[in-house]
Design a protein around this ligand. Structure first.
Ligand code: G6P
Length: 352
């Protein structure tokens, strides 16, 4: 490996810090290529996003953006589930394969399976010339650079940038939307300043056995991603859940030993999320809140609080995911685990 850690203890930490650049380069790369997908999103009956792991979580965020900005019904499916189901797919469908490596076998098979049935295929990949890149009708490349850490970080936020770019293609205010998107890298930079505070938090929570992550709407996929990051590298059991669904199950798990990470940016579901925090507190759960800096109401309600710079609703996932990546990182690093090469996991999964 020629890549250097340039002073960072692990590649994962370096890559977390490279996110402002990965997102900025991706937006600039997509804009300067001057290319637009050779078809209109709106011309499809339905869009299906197919992916695995962290790329699947990016797809879940992308679904909300596509439905909001392009108005096309969108579903997100695990590649390994799609292929052996009976999902009706054909010429009226657009398939979006999301894959960092472009080599994940389940995703590759699923995208090809859909194409053979007449669907148009568009992929979002980081590795130029990879199988999924070559085999799709059209590709949007993320420009995150090589990612060494097994747990995906900068490629996730770069995928978000590509998905937002795509979702906005036919929007009448596209120029304005992209101008807002361009503000994201600087805000990620500011979010990274919270690393030290998160490290202290990691000290206090590193010996817990279970974590719950909650969020609604755009923050729901981020809850899933936060839980995945913790599981992958710290081997602590963590579950991500839509906050409003907590009362149908996970609430039974909550007691004073259970840290509950709640994503509560000031978006359309903010009040609902605060109500969910109250429910956790009533059961004595320890709430680690992630919300906007200066949100005193939220801060008072939580046992721990991590603030991210305020930003428009649509862009909150770019920021709220960062403290969760850092929390997982600092816990795993303090536990002395092999952060970049976690046991049993591979960077690219080329077996079914
Ligand atoms: C593996 C990696 C994950 C990644 C997933 C999908 O499980 O460990 O970090 O999210 O594969 O990979 P892809 O290259 O298709 O995005």
């Amino acid at each position: 490996i020629s890549a250097e850690k340039s002073g960072f203890k692990h590649f994962m930490l370096k890559e977390i810090y490279e996110q402002p650049k990965a997102v900025g380069d991706t937006i600039r790369g997509l804009m300067s290529s001057g290319e637009e997908p050779p078809f209109s999103l709106k011309s499809f009956r339905r869009i299906l996003i197919i992916a695995c792991g962290t790329s699947y979580h990016a797809g879940l965020v992308g679904k909300f953006w596509i439905e909001k900005l392009a108005g096309v019904p969108t579903e997100v499916v695990y590649a390994s589930e799609f292929r052996y189901g009976d999902f009706p797919v054909g010429e009226e469908d657009l398939i979006i394969g999301v894959s960092q490596s472009g080599e994940t076998i389940d995703t590759k098979f699923a995208v090809n399976f859909a194409r053979e049935r007449g669907a148009r295929t568009l992929s979002i990949v980081n590795v130029v010339g990879s199988s999924i890149d070559r085999e799709s009708d059209y590709t949007l490349h993320t420009h995150a650079g090589p990612e060494i850490g097994v747990a995906a970080t900068k490629t996730f936020t770069a995928q978000l940038a590509a998905l937002y770019f795509l979702a906005s293609t036919e929007h009448p205010d596209r120029y304005k939307l992209l101008e807002e998107l361009f503000k994201v890298p600087a805000r990620i930079e500011r979010t990274l300043e919270k690393s030290e505070a998160i490290e202290k938090l990691a000290d206090r929570y590193m010996n817990r056995r279970d974590f719950l992550y909650l969020g609604r709407y755009l923050s729901y996929p981020i809850a899933l991603e936060g839980a995945l990051k913790l599981k992958e590298i710290s081997y602590i059991h963590a579950e991500g859940y839509p906050a409003g669904e907590m009362k149908h199950g996970p609430i039974a798990l909550i007691d004073e030993k259970m840290p509950v990470v709640v994503l509560a940016p000031q978006d359309r579901v903010y009040d609902k999320t605060l109500a969910n925090i109250e429910e956790v507190k009533t059961r004595k759960g320890k709430v680690i809140g992630v919300g906007f800096e200066g949100d005193d109401k939220l801060e008072k309600l939580c046992n721990e609080f991590i603030g991210v710079p305020p930003i428009e609703e649509d862009f909150t996932p770019f920021l709220t995911v960062v403290p969760l990546q850092l929390l997982a990182y600092h816990i795993a690093s303090k536990l002395g685990l092999d952060v970049d090469q976690p046991r049993n996991l591979a960077k690219t999964v080329t077996v079914e």
